[in-house]
Ligand binder design. Structure first.
Ligand SMILES: Nc1ncnc2c1ncn2[C@@H]1O[C@H](COP(=O)(O)OP(=O)(O)OP(=O)(O)O)[C@@H](O)[C@H]1O
Ligand SMILES: [Mg+2]
Length: 228
């Protein structure tokens, strides 16, 4: 059984997929058997044959050279660009968390280092119907994952990153570190954001990703050590 980590972010479009691809690529280039899994994608585009394409997963699969099939990378793919709980409702196709756990375990058996990407931020409802109320943090607890928080480097990030970390701590989800995305070295505010997030929360900023970076600036052994 391999190890895993959960990638969450301070919100949608913050760069979870972009950073996840760099993470998986770094591990694989260091010779490690690293894979990817995402429970649910919404806002999927359609392919030539009208099939729904799990964009995030296909991007990471390609960039990191995993070579996995789409169905093993993602369990639920919805077309509507809305929260998974709403997309599921619109499609009458609710997430079955037993199925998600089975897919996750299978992936964890296949890969030594499995990176699990979340949808949106940590408060992202996955299922909200007559039978179940499940938010993304509930799934992270169920799968016993620790987390890395991807946050934008710019204005407003202290609030967003600290709130996300405080919530993870409240749910007893271990926080391995923060990765700041769209970071501009030398920018006084961004460098202060980097310090302040750690000073307030005690969580280290383990890497900073600049616009268009194609390599994650972290020792692969340190990165691998964050997986549990
Ligand atoms: N450091 C970066 N340099 C260049 N482009 C970036 C960078 N980070 C993110 N992007 C681009 O910004 C967009 C949003 O990033 P991404 O898809 O990784 O966000 P996300 O947090 O995974 O979003 P979602 O919540 O939809 O999963 C994408 O087009 C991505 O390629
Ligand atoms: Mg994504």
């Amino acid at each position: 059984m391999g190890k895993a980590i959960f990638i969450t972010g301070t919100g949608t479009d913050v760069g979870k997929t972009y950073v996840t691809a760099l993470i998986v690529k770094k591990l694989r280039q260091a010779g490690k058997n690293a894979g990817y899994y995402k429970a649910a994608i919404s806002g999927a585009e359609k392919g030539a044959a009208g099939e729904l394409l799990p964009g995030d997963a296909l991007y990471v699969n390609e960039e990191a050279g995993i070579g996995e099939t789409a169905e093993n990378l993602v369990s639920y793919v919805y077309e509507e660009a809305v929260s998974p709980h709403l997309a599921a409702k619109l499609n009458r196709c609710p997430i079955d968390f037993d199925r998600v756990e089975t897919a996750f375990r299978r992936a964890k058996e296949k890969y030594d280092y499995l990176t699990v990407e979340g949808s949106g931020g940590i408060i992202c409802p996955l299922r909200w119907d007559e039978t179940q109320h499940v938010i993304l943090d509930d799934l992270v607890v169920r799968l016993r994952l620790g987390a890395i928080v991807v946050a934008d480097a710019g204005l407003g990030t202290i609030n967003a990153a600290v709130l996300t970390i405080e919530h993870l701590k409240l749910r007893h989800i271990p926080v391995a570190g923060v990765i700041l995305n769209r970071y501009h070295p030398g920018d006084v505010m961004e460098e202060d954001n980097r310090r302040m997030i750690t000073e307030i929360t005690g969580v280290p900023v383990i890497a900073c990703v600049k616009p268009e970076d194609s390599v994650l600036d972290i020792d692969p052994e340190v990165l691998a050590g964050l997986y549990k």
